[in-house]
Design a protein around this ligand. Sequence first.
Ligand code: SF4
Ligand code: SF4
Length: 231
Amino acid sequence: MDLNDLIKKNVMSYGADLCAVADLSTAQEELHAAYGHCFDGLTRGVSFGVYLPFRVVEELLEHPTHTYLAYYDIANALINEIGLRLHNDLLKMGYEAYPIPASQRTGAKNGSIFSHRMAAQLSGLGWIGKSCALVTKEVGPRLRLGTVLTNAPLTPGTPAENLCGDCTLCTDSCPAQAILGRPFDEREDLSLRFDFHKCDAYLTETRQTFGKRICGRCIAVCRFGRPEKNQ
Ligand code: SF4
Ligand code: SF4
């Protein structure tokens, strides 16, 4: 079995639903600008996803739920476990690796030490949608992402085509008008596509009414991954 197949087999056996490899050397400029040189030499990112329960996410279209928050934490814990186990596998094979912990709910500002979305997009797991979430053909944005950076000589995947097209579902459903409707372009600043302050203010409002910062309507509404009208 070649190294790619072995890594993917292990990651899936640890509980991931999707797995692909990103070539991070193609994004060195952005990585240096965002993180300095702390990840230098780790030119591959093993990107993986854990699905969230569709019906639980769907309920967010009506109101925030504690069920969603519970599964968010469960998926994050699984992501962290998969990341650590993969890191340890790579270490035992003689490679360097750095497991990136699952990001936390912090509005549009990615609460992570490394962009899982960037790695997932470069790997071909999905594309960055107008909602700024990673969108997959399989389940849309209803998943949590993990990444392990490594110097293992893995063969990378190809970035996926952006299939948002003329869709405006997430833009129209955002109660804060935070999604500006502009397609993802890695050369442009995030602020052209997303008003972080509006999303953040809305999440703070929900804390006052519900007790927790939660929304997720832009995730629940996405047309990709909906069982009845997938595509
Ligand atoms: S739908 Fe909710 S979570 Fe999504 S951008 Fe708007 S306010 Fe933020
Ligand atoms: S709802 Fe539509 S525009 Fe928004 S991310 Fe999904 S496919 Fe793209």
